[in-house]
Write a protein that binds this ligand. Sequence first.
Ligand code: GLA
Length: 386
Amino acid sequence: MNDIRDDVAAAFEQWTGRAPDGIWSAPGRVNLIGEHTDYNEGFVLPFAIDRRTVVALGMRDDAVIRVASTFADEVAEIPLAELSAEAVSGWAAYPLGVAWALGRHGADLAAVPGVDLFIDSDVPVGAGLSSSAAIESAVAVALDEVWRLGLTRQQLAQVGRLAENEAVGAPTGIMDQSASLLGRADAAVFLDCRTLDTEIVALGLADAGLAIAVIDTGVTHAHATGGYRERRASCEAGAAALGVASLRDLGVDDLDRARTELDDITYRRVKHIVTENQRVLDTVATLQADGPTAIGELLDASHRSMRDDFEISVPELDLAVETALQAGALGARMTGGGFGGAAIALVPLEAVSMLQVSIDGAFAEHGYGIPDVFLVRPADGAGRDR
Ligand code: GLA
């Protein structure tokens, strides 16, 4: 198989007429559990996947940054000193936004050397697998190294999030960049989004004869607009009404009071976050005590909570989850921001082909587009490849 790194190096050379000075990459992620908890300062348990964004970088002898990619014909180019959150747009807002955000985290954009960046990716776009965080994290590790900034992985995650929030304009949390930067093979990243403390939690999927399948419904979503932003606002309103700084400060025991003090919709939004935080903690404890075969019911409960209380699922995602469970999955849930994208299923290896057949049949019967079904392996986070 062709290595995407060879392709990126060749494309860089064709574009600039010289070989790149280095190649860096960063993965997409699957969130195992803990949805919409990150911007509520709660807990998440994502893992980096074996699909990556690759960046070839070459130094320039001026102070200009240029980015080209396989996603668009246009090359974006701007003097580093002129970077601002407003000066960038389109797909280039991701890489250029990171360069700008590094300026906010200590890079002297008037002094660092210019760079050419060529970007390619095999993280599917719009599937809820954080193709955007993969771009941000790959560019962040590359620029951190060549600009000799020495930022920590946690700081680089904040850089990526700042780019996403201010340059792209999506009000997302810190989970995706953290997973992409901190992931480890065969493990998940247990992240406390308040303190940014992380713990690597072994998954042991292969040893247990299990795999994680992604079922990409092809239903598209955009987090810069619409439901994501609205859910975030409901969470903030719920926290304010209950007199806490964030929903992280509430536990399952506080839900009776929440029910009497909040309107029904806000209550159900709050209930999802509070119970989801508890499910993340329970999943970590269960993985450590009993291994991955024991977490299925927690995944299912998470999906029900997103479907019924947080209301971010769509019929295609519900069908994917139901069908996966009928085909022998131990647990299944939608993953990511919702309103489309992908579901994940925890499946015994011997049930994988049955899963594919069942999904195809069920979606055809409902007249929905046939999803892409593929396995993902928990992989290492961002780094230099060459
Ligand atoms: C998107 C955002 C994340 C997180 C998830 C929902 O992936 O980018 O920050 O909020 O949705 O858990």
